[in-house]
Design a protein around this ligand. Structure first.
Ligand code: R5P
Length: 310
């Protein structure tokens, strides 16, 4: 078993390698003057099970291309099998045609990764579970929910909790968290009048005097969560806490969070935005390296990954 790190999230890759007591594969990944990606693997990997760690986060296209070229280099270097560890799977939100004459880019990206030569995918909180079916190779989709539940119980230690889904698409995830912390749920009826804009229409469920825990897979511009927190406060919520797996945090998102009614936002390190988050007083990062490395170990040993979540 060997771990090759792409350049999108070196911090997480190093942490994963540390947990596995391995050194990262010796490689050079660089860009030519015109932006083309070049990779050279500087050690023998013939016959090895290789895990290549690369989130396809911003810059999504560069990071995706780097992942594809890494897989190609591994395949041509006679790796026994290649697992693409994609903690944050970019393009996942383009998983269906919402309006006519658009692409299903998540499917295209899945084809690219498979055709490059990956034998297996390991990801975390895929935006939509059905993306697993876009691949004709095995996909292990890990969940941050148990880690969030533990944080709520050990760190927040609050009474009168309610889990809130920021939109209808997130209800399953919210139910999973509520089961683990024994709370009821509320659902926000969110509309998107235009891409990147969100509006709260209604809140289903009573949040009055409750400590609200919003859970979502992605925070991008921050609009969804900031508007949700505002609407919950207007309905009499006590404090609003937010748990998000993937901190995309585009544009002024961190600033918006700071100025919002959110008491605390807890996220993970699937995307390395630590520089942006470093300035924030409200955002806390939990590392998923222990969970991801344990899953990698189980894949390498052909033991159960799902039992990680029992
Ligand atoms: C959408 O369905 C996702 O789960 C997130 O709610 C969304 O991507 C967040 O985007 P933003 O932060 O830009 O509102």
């Amino acid at each position: 078993m060997k771990v090759l790190a792409g350049t999108s999230n070196l911090k997480l890759s190093k942490e994963i390698a540390k947990q596995l007591k391995l050194k990262l594969v010796n490689s050079n990944i660089k860009r030519f003057a015109d932006g083309e990606v070049y990779i050279e693997i500087n050690e023998n990997i013939r016959g090895n099970s290789i895990f290549v760690v690369q989130s396809t986060s911003n810059p999504a296209n560069d990071n995706l291309m780097e992942l594809l070229i890494c897989i190609d280099a591994l395949r041509r270097s006679s790796a026994k099998n290649i697992t693409a560890v994609i903690p944050y799977f970019g393009y996942a939100r383009q998983d269906r045609k919402v309006v006519p004459r658009t692409a299903i880019s998540a499917k295209l990206v899945s084809n690219l990764i498979t055709n490059a030569g990956a034998n297996r995918i390991l990801s975390v909180d895929l935006h939509a579970g059905q993306i697993q079916g876009f691949f004709d190779i095995p996909v292990d989709n890990l969940f941050a929910t148990p880690i969030f539940a533990r944080h709520i119980k050990k760190k927040l230690k609050l009474n009168n909790l309610i889990c809130v889904s920021p939109d209808v698409g997130g209800v399953e995830r919210t139910r999973a968290l509520s089961r683990r912390i024994n709370s009821s749920i509320a659902i926000i009826d969110k509309r998107r009048p235009a891409p990147g804009k969100s509006e709260v229409m209604n809140i289903v469920g009573s949040v009055k005097n409750k400590n609200c825990v919003i859970v979502d897979d992605i925070i991008d511009s921050g609009g969804t969560i900031v508007n949700a927190a505002k609407a919950l406060k207007e309905k009499g919520a006590r404090d609003v806490y937010v748990y998000i797996t993937h901190a995309v945090l585009s544009g002024e998102a961190v600033d918006k969070i700071e100025k919002s009614q959110i008491k605390k936002l807890i996220t993970t390190d699937t995307i390395d935005n630590s520089k942006k988050i470093g300035k924030s007083k409200k955002v806390e990062i939990i590392s998923l390296a222990p969970m991801i490395s344990e899953a990698m170990k189980r894949i390498a040993n052909s033991t159960s990954v799902s039992s990680l979540f029992n």
